[in-house]
Design a protein around this ligand. Structure first.
Ligand SMILES: [Zn+2]
Ligand SMILES: [Zn+2]
Length: 85
C-alpha cells in the first residue's frame, strides 16, 4: 500500500530531494535507469550529459520505469521550463 503525498525520500531518511540525489542509493539507481533506457535521451537520442527526470515525485525513492525518463541536459531543461512553472 502506498500513501499518496508522502515524499519517498523522507521515508528513506533523506532531508530533501536534493540530498537523495546526492546519495549512493540514487547513484546506483540512476545507473540502472540509464541502462534501462539504453543510455540515451528519450527525446533527441543524445548520449551526452544524460540526466534522469522524475515524471512524478510520489515515487521518489521507489522509482519504477514508468515514473522516470532519461533526458540530456538540454531536453531536461526544456521539460522543466516548458510545462510547469
Ligand atoms: Zn535530448
Ligand atoms: Zn526533471
Amino acid at each position: 500500500m502506498k500513501k499518496q503525498g508522502v515524499n519517498g525520500w523522507k521515508a528513506l531518511g533523506f532531508e530533501s530531494y536534493q540530498e537523495y540525489l546526492m546519495s549512493d542509493l540514487w547513484r546506483e539507481k540512476r545507473e540502472w535507469i540509464l541502462e534501462c533506457f539504453k543510455g540515451k535521451c528519450q527525446k533527441c537520442g543524445s548520449k551526452n550529459n544524460l540526466q534522469v527526470h522524475h515524471k512524478n515525485y510520489n515515487s521518489v525513492g521507489n522509482e519504477n520505469m514508468s515514473d522516470v525518463t532519461v533526458l540530456c541536459y538540454n531536453c531536461h531543461k526544456e521539460v522543466h521550463n516548458g510545462s510547469r512553472n
